[in-house]
Design a protein around this ligand. Structure first.
Ligand code: MF3
Ligand code: CO
Length: 281
């Protein structure tokens, strides 16, 4: 049981709306990376492309220099789960699966998101696991939005929705040592968001919160190991892992996914706030 007091940064609606600027830079960067992924491309090239895209938008890559992290993205391939460092000599091959994780800062506010994409033709089992990870992430976000609206919801309502969605979908490993987090004027804030567990625990889901939701699934055991580089997290059994992430802001009448172009409207429908407004398109 956690006995320390959580230090949660509650934002005003105006501040949450400003988080969208950073979120949209992250969304655009990930979209560009997804298009660039192909056999023969190195993760180092993807990192360069990300940094260029983030800086061209007038934003700052939040990962670079974070506790000494040397790159603008994490590019976690196959058995790598999260926090893998891109490298020019790491060449993507047909059948690989890669999690691209990216963060940006605009006017001091953070956005953090990740996608997992296949390289060329991938195993249908892995394709399905990517879908399940996305479904779980959106189920978690939707549960958070419903709990917010109920006025009685708590943080682990999100965790429970993520775990149940994954368990109903099949036999996947759910990574336990890593999870989502509060986000705002820093990338990692309280509270930690577990991807499993009973509902109804933890801090109340109230307007002003901003959370990064990031389920991590494996085809085998959920046990992890960290490589000697001090960053890369892999599956202990070397089974393939996937990871997706979005940043969400809690408004009085619903949530806004800051790292999605449409705020999450397509996946969440009217659980989306009307305050932040849909971008004119
Ligand atoms: N999105 C990642 C996370 O929340 C951020 C990685 S931090 C870095 O864990 F330093 F590795 F870049
Ligand atoms: Co994160």
């Amino acid at each position: 049981m956690r006995t320390t007091t959580l230090d949660i940064e509650y934002k005003t609606p105006e501040q949450l709306t400003r988080m969208r600027d950073a979120g949209l830079v992250v969304a655009a960067t990930l979209a560009r990376l997804a298009e660039a992924v192909a056999p023969g491309v190195s993760t180092g090239e993807l990192d360069a492309l990300a940094e260029e895209t983030i800086r061209a938008a007038g934003a700052v890559p939040s990962f670079k220099g974070y506790h000494g992290y040397p790159a603008s993205i994490c590019s976690s391939v196959n058995e790598q789960i999260v926090h893998a460092i891109p490298a020019p000599q790491q060449i993507l091959r047909d059948g690989d699966v890669i999690s691209l994780d990216c963060g940006a800062i605009v006017d001091g506010w953070h956005g953090d998101a990740a996608i997992t994409v296949g390289v060329g033709q991938i195993d249908p089992k892995i394709e399905r696991m990517i879908e399940v990870a996305q479904e779980a992430m959106w189920a978690g976000i939707a549960a958070g939005a419903r709990s917010l609206r109920s006025g009685r919801g708590r943080l682990t309502d999100i965790s429970y929705a993520i775990e149940s969605t994954i368990r109903q979908a099949g036999r996947y490993g759910i990574v336990r040592g890593y999870g989502g987090h509060g986000i705002g004027t820093a990338m990692h804030q309280d509270p930690h968001v577990l991807n499993y567990g009973r509902p109804g625990k933890g801090p109340r889901l109230v307007p002003g919160l901003a959370l990064a939701i990031e389920p991590m699934l494996t085809l085998g055991s959920p046990d992890t190991a960290e490589l000697a580089d001090g960053w890369t997290v892999i599956t202990r059994d070397r089974s393939v892992a996937v990871h997706v992430e979005h940043t969400i802001a809690f408004f009085a009448d619903g949530v806004w996914v800051t790292t999605a172009e449409d705020g999450g409207r397509e996946r969440l429908g009217d659980l989306v706030t009307s305050v932040a407004g849909v971008p004119s398109s």
